[in-house]
Design a protein around this ligand. Structure first.
Ligand SMILES: Nc1nc2c(c(=O)[nH]1)N[C@H]1C(S)=C(S)[C@@H](COP(=O)(O)O)O[C@H]1N2
Ligand SMILES: [Mo]
Length: 581
């Protein structure tokens, strides 16, 4: 091993510190993937707590109160930082001292992790891989910070100097290490409409690696020390970036794992008045027709979240404030103690084009939003509820609609299971009759009782109407648009909706012929969509158009006039062209 006395000790200490940071960052990343409680720093902290004599523990709790854990982990990190710096200084003398020091850290971590209850072999991975990454970083950083004796002589003899060797892998791995953070699933929103998956975000191309063609720095007046300050600094920056990205990704993954675990632990309360099972006649069970209940996994998803908020129900609160007599703060436990309502409600997106897919029906379980608001005491003059989600998105909902007796819910379950994270876990709003962008706030944490002339929801300044009642609509599911159909008796079927009014009739016509009444499936309430079917269309060979229109319980028949989705929802009739052969 090359000894190098000319590296200043601040540089050696810095190398130790950065190598330690890389080790911690990687162990956080691996812990996020395998098991968040196998993160060795926390495991060491837990062991320290266990080994601490009771009087000292009591003193710590008295002195630091709820912050005692933070103080403990902070203390451990400070001690680790000091040791890592010392280790760097030792490693500058002989890299083996440094590697041995890191290995000793690793042994401590392994011991702490293995003595946790229920520890398994995979729980060793965060420590082992973290220490491995730290060793690699230490080795590379020391090499970067030095100009070998050969290089030195070369540089002195030859001009211009040779290009520097390849940048360290630490630097080159930066874009890769960042990649998992930008990977997203599910439909992404476009910038300017409350629906429609956006084109897949493409990651920015990797920046050119700094210093790739920089000659060794031998500054004038320098005493030709075999210490490459620039190599050190670029290496350190690279190491910190890699550690930061790994740590951030680890936090993200472990947040996910914890929320997933908390979600599966939730025991759903029973509704005060359970709904009757769905009437058998609600679902015609026709192949290719949208089922009456949309399974959670098939339920459309629309939101502005690039990374879905991970909200732990144990940390969740809902604050109700603004124009109220008594501001309210509810925890998840408070919510679960209230009377629980069950309701079938069809959710729909204002960005749903005629015939589009952004609509789904579910059986929701939740607490009456009106009841919670009555506890807070809505003041006269208030006409809007501005709800905010954990990620800052907002919706402005008309207060009178929520208070008029319909099943407006703070919902925590969907089709018999806790809300899926994508659909707003732990709590979201569901308001029958309103498009999602003005009512269906997912991951809701705050409701400000206010006025339409003072506040606006997220989409309003972006060109969408402040109010968004759902328009009476219908869709043809069968025959599938653009398909070819064998001649003879053919089923035409679909769904129609007019939430909170109810669908009274659906009519179908072929090739602009007479309108014919479709048969309606049952609907348990006016808040859901309704399936419809026309069983006896005798399809003749050739090209045909099928049109549908719904009439709601107010007597209104949907218009044929086409309107775009902006500012408050599309109008027009769904029309499908089929080839009959
Ligand atoms: N936090 C948050 N909630 C949100 C949105 C959003 O972007 N962020 N989008 C709304 C819109 S436009 C619709 S249509 C519904 C969709 O709910 P879903 O994704 O559960 O189907 O959520 C609403 N709630
Ligand atoms: Mo929407």
């Amino acid at each position: 091993m090359q000894s190098n006395r000319s590296m200043p000790s601040w540089a050696a200490a810095l190398i130790g510190l950065v190598s330690g940071t890389v080790a911690v960052g990687f162990s956080l990343l691996v812990a996020g993937l395998v098991n968040p409680s196998a993160f060795p720093v926390v495991a060491v902290g837990n062991s320290a707590v266990d080994l601490t004599p009771a009087p000292l523990k009591e003193w710590a709790i008295r002195t630091f109160g709820e912050n005692d854990k933070v103080v403990l982990i902070g203390g451990i990190l400070v001690v680790m930082a000091l040791l890592a710096a010392l280790l760097g200084v030792a490693a500058a003398r002989d890299v083996r001292y440094g590697l041995a020091g890191l290995a000793a850290f690793g042994l401590l971590g392994v011991a702490a992790v293995l003595t946790r209850p229920g520890a398994g072999v995979t729980d060793l991975l965060p420590t082992v891989l973290g220490v491995g990454a730290g060793m690699l970083a230490l080795h590379r950083l020391l090499r970067r910070a030095r100009v070998s004796a050969d290089d030195l002589h070369h540089t002195l003899r030859e001009s211009p100097p040779e290009p520097r060797p390849e940048p360290s892998p630490a630097l080159r791995t930066v874009p890769e290490a960042t990649a998992p953070l930008s990977a997203t699933e599910g439909p992404l929103p476009t910038g300017d409409r409350p629906g429609t998956p956006a084109p897949q975000a493409t990651g920015a191309s990797a920046p050119p690696v700094a210093g790739a063609s920089v000659p060794p720095v031998m500054r004038a007046g320098n005493d030709l020390r075999a210490f490459d300050r620039r190599g050190l600094l670029t290496g350190v920056l690279g190491g910190v970036a890699v550690a930061g990205a790994a740590g951030a990704a680890g936090r993200l993954f472990s947040g996910r794992a914890e929320v997933t675990a908390a979600r599966s632990d939730i025991a759903l309360p029973k509704p005060a008045k359970p709904l009757a099972p769905l009437p058998a006649g609600a679902d015609l069970r026709i192949k290719g027709l949208s089922p009456f209940v949309t399974p959670n996994t098939d339920f459309y998803r629309v939101d502005t979240a690039l990374v879905v908020p991970q909200v732990d129900p144990r940390d969740w609160t809902l604050t109700i404030h603004g124009l109220v007599d008594r501001p309210v703060e509810l925890t998840f436990a408070d919510l679960m103690k209230r009377a629980v309502t069950e309701a079938d409600v069809t959710l729909c997106c204002v960005s749903n084009e005629i015939g589009g897919p952004y609509i789904g029906n579910a059986r929701w379980l939740g607490v009456s939003l009106a009841g919670v608001l009555r506890d807070a005491g809505v003041q006269s003059g208030a006409d809007m509820l501005l709800s905010t989600s954990a990620d800052g998105w907002t919706a402005g909902t008309p207060a009178d609609v929520v208070m008029d007796g319909r099943d407006a819910l703070l919902a925590f379950a969907m089709n018999g299971e806790a809300l899926p994270v994508d659909h707003g876990f732990p709590v979201r709003q569901v308001v029958p009759g309103l498009y999602g962008y003005v009512s269906a706030t997912k991951w809701v944490t705050e409701i400000k009782v206010t006025r339409f002339d003072r506040d606006e929801g997220y989409w309003t300044p972006r060109g969408w109407s402040a109010r968004g009642p759902i328009k009476t609509q219908s869709r043809i599911d069968l025959p599938e648009p653009g398909t070819s159909v064998p001649a003879g008796r053919t089923t035409v079927a679909g769904v129609a909706w007019a939430q909170h009014k109810g669908v009274d009739a659906v009519e179908v016509r072929i090739d602009e012929g007479p309108w014919r009444q479709a048969r309606l499936a049952e609907a348990p309430t006016a808040d859901t969509w309704r399936q419809w079917v026309l069983d006896d269309w005798d399809a003749t060979p050739g090209s045909h158009t099928i049109e549908v229109r719904a009439t709601d319980a107010t007597g209104y028949t949907q218009t044929a006039d086409r309107a775009p989705i902006t500012p408050d929802g599309a109008t027009g009739r769904h029309t499908v062209r089929v080839e009959v052969t």
